[in-house]
Design a protein around this ligand. Sequence first.
Ligand SMILES: C[S@@+](CC[C@H](N)C(=O)[O-])C[C@H]1O[C@@H](n2cnc3c(N)ncnc32)[C@H](O)[C@@H]1O
Length: 300
Amino acid sequence: MATEVVMALTREGTRGGRFLDATLGLGGHSEALLASRSDARVAGLDQDGESLVRARARLAPFGERFRATRGNFRDACALLAGEAYDGAVMDLGVSSPQLDTAARGFSFQHDAPLDMRMDTENARTAADLVNHAACDELERIFREYGDERRARRIAEAICAERRAVPVRTTLQLAEIVTRAAGGARPWARLHPATRVFMALRMAVNDELGALREGLEAIGTLLAPGARLAVISFHSVEDREVKARFREWKRVGKARVLTPKPLGPGEKETRENPRARSARLRVAEMTGGQFQQPQQGGIHG
Ligand SMILES: C[S@@+](CC[C@H](N)C(=O)[O-])C[C@H]1O[C@@H](n2cnc3c(N)ncnc32)[C@H](O)[C@@H]1O
């Protein structure tokens, strides 16, 4: 939804071109923002070192107008201390290269160690969670983050299996889940393990906790009049964004520009089926929240 994001952040009468891309990924949003005006500058943030390498290479032609920092957006205040932005984007979830790289262990399309860490320096992998979390905790994760109806049955099947042998790989887990869910259903739209894998990924990366803290942190880095665009792919995340924006509106911190979330256009959905469930919400800061810079401007 790069077009919608750029339109939201670079509207008529915009004050400046200092942008924060808090989920750099492959750099698509950063590139669109940098191309949108010749004086635009983008600070990119990603917790995944591989994303940074790819995005830096892609955005090298923009020279000093782009710079990238490795880190979690929940730590945005510390990582980008004292800088005020005219707009920010958060495009939540995993990137295509993360999903498609077998060794990252996000997908049951490939057999690989169960990893799922976006930040490979974090200690806890999906295998650690699956083999050591209490059965009740696994059930909660599958139910809350995956909306999985068979959460209890699946959690019990995993706990029974791991008593015999550790669950180490993506295919091993997918098979346990498929059996517990009553077998493969080739006609169904979703593979029986889809929700469990998404839920585990969200737990391994504490995605909801990071979103809560990240919204708060990024809110304090925005200049009055700046806009924040958030794209989520999951109803739990979208609810969190909606609730935070409402709260900001209630306390006079922001205006909500999307009473209902925007979805991708038909063309984007056709070209990228993963975009199907994307939801974009935009808020405009009304002022007063930016904490005074302790040091220089965004790019010195
Ligand atoms: C959907 S992709 C972003 C794609 C990007 N907009 C593009 O155009 O290529 C999400 C990216 O955000 C990163 N990410 C997710 N949660 C994060 C967090 N809490 N802090 C920093 N980066 C995060 C992931 O590592 C991934 O690279």
